[in-house]
Design a protein around this ligand. Structure first.
Ligand SMILES: CC(C)(COP(=O)(O)OP(=O)(O)OC[C@H]1O[C@@H](n2cnc3c(N)ncnc32)[C@H](O)[C@@H]1OP(=O)(O)O)[C@@H](O)C(=O)NCCC(=O)NCCS
Length: 176
């Protein structure tokens, strides 16, 4: 859908960033994006719990269900043919959720997340939603601050179970 160069302050360029709807051939790479970004982001959760959650919620069978589900819209980001990010948008109970956004650690801070967020806004508006909801773990301060910079306001805390670990989630929304 979108291609172009992006730059970070260090002057490093990423060329040929493509954002496109995901395809069935992407499932393995989406699992890799999830596993690697979770390990580095959720270092406060034991790896066994992350692996358990991954195998339960994001097995190939579950990804296939997601792929055919009418309530979910997923995109990948690709740099020089390498899948480096995944976006999942979910429509549930007449609300529009940015339900997952994960960029491989080595591709973070190259504005790929911002490009995926632009797509999120386009999808929300084209589905006639005026608000976007997110959930983010309290301890994930980088993402929490990133969402705040994008204009999200957080208004509720909810427990969230990952394997044997209970964490807390903040629910936020942004008006469009
Ligand atoms: C949060 C995330 C989606 C943002 O995407 P991104 O492509 O890295 O972010 P962008 O390049 O668009 O925006 C960069 C800004 O995000 C913040 N940011 C992103 N990664 C950061 C990091 N590791 N440390 C500090 N700030 C960070 C900073 O505010 C940064 O601005 P700056 O570079 O001007 O300082 C991405 O970093 C990511 O996948 N993180 C791990 C997984 C995660 O937490 N997902 C959200 C779960 S709810």
């Amino acid at each position: 859908m979108e291609a172009g160069n992006t730059e970070i302050s260090k002057g490093i360029f990423l060329k040929n960033i493509i954002i496109r709807k995901w395809q069935k051939k992407d499932f393995d790479n989406v699992q890799i994006v999830l596993r690697n970004s979770w390990y580095s982001t959720y270092d406060f959760i034991p790896k066994d719990d992350l692996d358990f959650y991954l195998s339960q919620k994001y097995s190939i069978e579950e990804l296939e269900k997601l792929y055919y589900s009418e309530n979910n819209i997923c995109y990948v980001s690709e740099v020089d043919t390498k899948i480096c990010g995944w976006l999942k948008l979910t429509i549930n109970e007449n609300k529009f959720f940015l339900s997952s956004i994960y960029i491989l650690p080595e591709f973070q801070r190259f504005k790929i997340g911002s490009k995926l967020f632009d797509i999120t806004i386009q999808e929300a508006l084209s589905n006639s939603f005026k608000e976007i909801y997110v959930g983010v773990m309290n301890k994930n301060l980088v993402a929490l601050n990133w969402y705040k910079k994008l204009g999200f306001e957080f208004f509720r805390e909810e427990p969230f179970q990952m394997g044997n670990t209970k964490v807390f989630h903040l629910i936020g929304k942004k008006k469009l």
